[in-house]
Design a protein around this ligand. Structure first.
Ligand SMILES: [Zn+2]
Length: 122
């Protein structure tokens, strides 16, 4: 049985709330908060899983969470979107990586890093 251990989690919920508060107050424009590029939106469509709740900007129910992996030992896989199953597969080969969970709305292109965590095999 393969078991992935997740540790050293860093939450970015505070930054997200802070940015949304500034947007609601008119301090930042919608273009600034809704700046997901083509790659991110495509990754959200094909690799994303439905997020809990609706988009905080446009209230669409299409909001998704995408997992991006980063790591020195990953080679060209570093900086790509992966499913949870693929991450488990990679970790089972003994490699350690950082997983960034990014919230993306394909409708208005809102996006924000939610949390990052280290993943490794037991
Ligand atoms: Zn949206």
């Amino acid at each position: 049985m393969r078991v992935v251990v997740y540790r050293n989690e860093i939450s970015h919920q505070w930054e997200k709330r802070n940015l949304l508060a500034r947007w609601r107050a008119g301090a930042v424009t919608r273009d600034t908060v809704c700046d997901a590029d083509f790659l991110l939106v495509t990754a959200a469509r094909y690799h994303g899983t439905p997020a809990t709740g609706s988009c905080p900007v446009c209230e669409s129910d299409q909001l998704r969470e995408v997992l991006w992996i980063h790591g020195d030992g990953l080679g060209r896989m570093s900086g790509t979107a992966r499913s949870a199953a693929e991450i488990e597969e990679i970790v089972s080969t003994g490699r350690e990586l950082r997983v960034h969970t990014v919230e993306v709305c394909p409708v208005c292109r809102w996006n924000h890093l939610l949390r990052e965590v280290s993943a490794s095999a037991t």
